[in-house]
Design a protein around this ligand. Structure first.
Ligand code: MN
Length: 245
């Protein structure tokens, strides 16, 4: 990437966004899976990232079948539809700009750029916990959570309440907004990096609350899915996102 282009991206992003996107997608072209859609090579901009663990690694909290369908079908479809939607799009196709300008884009770009980004982040923020060890934030994020929410338990309670009351399909987020932590939710595949989101900020935690994320195992019991999700949060990744200001 040229210095000019790098500067341009840096100047035109929200808080820490270019760093976040390059952290997540820097090796994207090296990590794609097969079946990349019917587009020719030159038209493929985005790829499905490999998971950093196997489909059954998050058992018993998230089951193998859900992980496999969620990653290889749902996420793959967002990637394919995003590539398709960008076929005749003549502006800058970098993911950070597509998100930042989401309100100007058509619905297909908005939904699928969001879907690709949100899931790529979601996978990285999960980690196996086969022995059911206690899962708690690392030092700096823990300190900030205690300052902002009084205690980790209180933070969990507030986050869970917002995730539960979000109607229909969406995501629940812990974001860093002007140096402060905040819990927010978005509908569909929107996220806090999009210009029209009610709260903008850098994602630190991401929870998929679409039924496709939990229905096979939990059916309608979103609360049980959320309770179990707390056991498999990759707090090291969250700490990195938090410190990479
Ligand atoms: Mn999903």
């Amino acid at each position: 990437m040229s210095d000019n282009r790098r500067d341009f991206i840096k100047k035109s992003t929200l808080i820490g966004l270019s760093g976040l996107v390059s952290t997540l997608f820097g090796n994207e072209k090296l990590s794609h899976l097969e079946s990349l859609s019917k587009l020719s090579d030159s038209e493929i901009l985005f790829y499905l990232p490999k998971l950093p663990y196997s489909y059954d690694a998050l058992e018993p909290y998230i089951d193998k079948q859900t992980m496999e369908v969620h990653h290889s079908k749902h996420h793959q479809t967002y990637v394919d539809k995003l590539n398709k939607a960008l076929e005749n799009y003549n502006e800058d196709k970098s993911l950070n700009l597509l998100l930042k300008k989401a309100s100007d884009s058509n619905t297909a770009i908005r939904n699928n750029a969001g879907g690709h980004f949100n899931h790529s982040l979601f996978w990285q923020l999960l980690i196996p916990n086969p022995n059911g060890e206690k899962s708690i934030p690392l030092a700096k994020l823990n300190e900030a959570i205690n300052i902002q929410f009084k205690s980790f338990d209180n933070f969990k309670k507030e986050f869970t309440e917002i995730a539960l009351k979000t109607f229909g399909s969406g995501w629940c987020w812990l974001i860093l907004q002007e140096g402060k932590l905040k819990i927010t939710s978005t509908l569909n595949q929107d996220n806090p990096l999009m210009n029209m989101a009610s709260e903008n900020g850098k994602p630190i935690l991401a929870l998929d609350i679409w039924e496709h994320a939990y229905y096979l195992k939990y059916q309608n019991k979103r609360a049980d899915y959320i309770t179990n999700w707390w056991n498999i949060i990759n707090w090291k990744k969250a700490e990195e996102l938090f410190l990479d200001k």
